[in-house]
Write a protein that binds this ligand. Structure first.
Ligand SMILES: [Cu+2]
Length: 310
């Protein structure tokens, strides 16, 4: 595939996107929540098979807070998808949940009413598209009300590598920032989403990768003097991320993850809801380096973690 200096393949090279809906559901292997901060390996044959089951699932969103989530494959965020420019993304979305859902890929050029149509329970949608632009992108459920479907856990990251790759890094991590608006369900220990809170935008829980404070409890290892690369996507639904690593500068950042969108020497990286970025840094001494959204109300609500440099 021919690619311009922007890293983007010309749209006229892309095949049209069609979709098929069939009756019945398929079995999809469960996703291990421990894999949600890592890039999976690339597909060997330039076709990435993405099989996602829509599942209602109770997940922990903050220590002790059990939330009745709507999920892609039983995890929040959904599985990390990894492709490179030119790869075909072959999507099968099978609905085992109690209501209709859909999937909207920010990395794709596709007619939304075709590819992002709502799939009713007991049905399966199939479509494919070709990744034409490198970056760190959001995917999410686009069924109305989108505010509620995103707030309830229906989002994930897709990373599209540029044709020349990202270059070597000692560590790479994927972060999806998001907010939750929980309300206790009467006579239970569980929570569900509160639409009024979602509309007000005052979140009780803000997190990286679906669980508030998880990387405070389990710091992520990095190596002194070696490049660290982060793929950061902001699912929102409503809060900006002011991504910041305490004790270093972000040496290079790519807005939405396209290397043509280079920013250097940032203290804080702004990532809008529905946006993404790739950012790189190095630390020069061993220690504990916190990462936060510098919107500190949100850090206080759980969007903070630790890199442990050795
Ligand atoms: Cu949904």
């Amino acid at each position: 595939m021919l690619v311009a200096a922007t890293g983007i393949a010309p749209a006229q090279q892309l095949p049209p996107v069609t979709a098929q809906v069939t009756d019945g559901t398929i079995d999809v292997p469960a996703t291990d929540a421990a894999t949600l901060d890592l890039l999976p390996p690339l597909a060997a044959n330039h076709t990435v098979y993405v099989k996602l089951a829509l599942i209602d699932k109770v997940v922990e969103i903050a220590p002790g807070i059990k939330y009745r989530a709507w999920t892609f494959n039983g995890v929040v965020p959904g599985p990390v998808i990894h492709a490179r420019v030119g790869d075909r993304i072959d999507v099968t979305l099978t609905n085992k949940a109690s209501m209709g859902h859909s999937i909207d890929f920010h990395a794709a050029l596709a007619p939304p009413n075709v590819a992002y149509q709502t799939v009713e329970p007991g049905k399966t949608l199939h479509f494919s598209w070709v990744a034409s632009s490198p970056g760190a992108f959001l995917y999410h459920c686009g069924t109305q009300p989108v505010l509620m479907h995103i707030s309830n856990g229906m989002y994930g990251a897709i990373v599209v590598d540029p044709t020349q790759g990202w270059g070597s890094a000692a560590q790479s991590y994927v972060f999806v920032q998001s907010e939750f608006y929980p309300k206790r369900i009467e006579d239970t220990e569980e929570y569900s989403g509160d639409m009024l809170k979602m509309q007000s935008g005052v979140a009780d829980v803000v997190d990286f990768n679906g669980l508030a404070f998880q990387y405070m409890k389990t710091p992520l290892p990095i190596s002194v003097g070696k490049l660290v690369r982060l793929f950061v996507v902001n699912a929102g639904p409503s809060h900006f991320s002011a991504f910041h690593v305490v004790g270093t500068l972000l040496r290079r950042s790519y807005v939405d993850g396209n290397p043509a969108n280079l920013l250097v020497g940032l203290q804080t990286l702004s990532i809008p809801p529905g946006g993404g970025a790739v950012t790189e840094f190095t630390v020069l001494q061993a220690g504990k380096y916190a990462f936060v959204t510098h919107a500190f109300g949100d850090a206080d609500a759980g969007a903070m973690g630790i890199f442990l440099a050795k």
